[in-house]
Write a protein that binds this ligand. Structure first.
Ligand code: PLP
Length: 401
């Protein structure tokens, strides 16, 4: 199945690499493929391209280019921020994060618990929001860092990052935010927000997979996570991935330019998708707060049906959506995000995330809305009459029927 045949509604999992990004990267595969740390011109001329890209990604979040550290992905950036806070403050072994973070934080937190650290996973309310008072009183003298995501990848719900940053500042505790889902959707200004660390990932903003960044506020102590050569001013070892860094820079320029489109046209597409599903398909509900939320994301429960079954049927029709983070696909457990919001396991197993992007059009939404109601009716007709969810294993029959 090629790209022309798919209706791609899974932009929180990854995004299509923009043609402009591909064009910007190609010369760095074909012609300028040297090592940026070399002493001769063929290699060292690349350093200027890395610095130009650094300026572009810094502009996306209103940072100083010197505050940007290129990494391999959002996961590395999150791990690196928390690791650094623990290493630079050896007496502090307590970390605070939330129970709805991406597995990049949840699993790293579980790992730290086995390394003699204590990790507080803050609970959330039923709409996905956090209790700031609880955050405030959870901070202890031995808290090394607070890490709270900016926008949730499954529900799109925003956390009040400025307020979280203010609480951390008042208690003199480092603050990291995973802002991986935000570029191109909201304006980020690290200076006015007051964060110490911030993570981004290229493949969520139309750059390739395998490139990310960590913003480290000026004068913040930093201990490298990847130890090796002196690249990135000694803060991350490893030969610089010049084509991807250049591509990330170009994607950052495009993200700045697409904020308006995401918040008007894409938001209207998402709203049409959501309101039509909720109005026309019985026993459906949106999970998480309606606002403030990413303009592209809608997470909907289809009571009485397994999301895996819906996704299989959508896939047969060439529609890509998901039941949560791509990083937890294959797990039979319901989403930890939805469970943390107090959603029952059976309802959580019925939730599908639709996440749109700048390449979606009205036709994609027409196509989804044409097919989805019939699929849900078919699956519900097969499901046990006591309202239990249809079992995924019975779905293959429905698909071939
Ligand atoms: N944080 C969030 C909120 C994400 O959505 C993702 C990816 O889905 C990540 C972190 C991990 O990013 P990467 O895939 O670049 O490691």
């Amino acid at each position: 199945m090629n790209q022309r045949q798919i209706c791609y509604l899974d932009n929180n999992a990854t995004t299509q690499v923009a043609p402009e990004v591909v064009s910007a990267m190609l010369p760095f595969f074909e012609e300028f493929w040297g090592n940026a740390s070399s002493a001769y011109t063929f290699g060292k001329q690349l350093a200027a391209h890395i610095e130009q890209a650094r300026e572009k990604v810094a502009a996306l979040i209103h940072a100083d280019p010197k505050e940007i550290l290129f990494t391999s992905c959002g996961t590395e950036s999150n791990n690196a921020a928390i690791h650094s806070a623990l290493v630079t403050q050896p007496g502090k072994r307590h970390v605070i994060t939330t129970s709805v973070e991406h597995s990049a934080n949840i699993k790293y937190g579980k790992f730290l618990e086995k390394q003699a650290c204590e990790v507080t996973f803050l609970p959330v309310e039923s709409d996905g929001s956090i209790d700031l008072h609880l955050l405030d009183i959870s901070i202890r003298p031995d808290t090394a860092i607070v890490s709270v995501m900016w926008a949730n990848n499954e529900t799109g719900v925003f956390f009040p990052i400025e307020e979280v940053a203010a609480i951390c500042r008042s208690k003199d505790v480092l603050f990291h935010t995973d802002a991986v889902q935000t570029p191109g959707k909201i304006k980020i200004d690290v200076k006015s927000t007051g964060v110490d660390f911030l993570s981004l990932s290229g493949h969520k903003l139309h750059a390739p997979k395998g490139i990310g960044l960590l913003y480290v506020k000026r004068h913040t102590k930093f201990a490298p996570y990847i130890i090796g050569g002196g690249q990135e001013r000694g803060r991350r070892g490893g030969t610089e991935n010049v084509p991807y860094i250049v591509g990330f820079g170009r994607a950052a320029e495009l993200a700045i330019a697409s904020i308006n489109d995401e918040n008007t046209r894409v938001r209207a597409l998402r709203d049409r998708l959501e309101t039509t599903i909720l109005r026309t398909i019985p026993n459906t509900m949106r999970t998480g707060a309606k606002e403030p939320r990413l303009p592209n994301t809608s997470n909907i429960a289809f009571d009485g049906v397994e999301a895996e079954a819906i996704l299989m049927m959508l896939d047969q029709a060439g529609i890509c959506a998901s039941s949560g983070s791509a990083c937890t696909t294959g797990s039979l457990d319901p989403s930890h995000v939805l469970l943390a919001m107090g959603i029952t396991p059976s309802r959580a197993r019925s939730c599908v995330r639709f996440s749109l992007g700048i390449y979606n059009t009205e036709k994609d939404i027409d196509y989804l809305l044409e097919h989805l109601p019939g699929m849900i009716s078919k699956l519900r007709a097969m499901s046990p009459s006591d309202g239990e969810s249809a079992k995924a294993e019975t779905v293959s029959n429905a698909i071939s029927a």
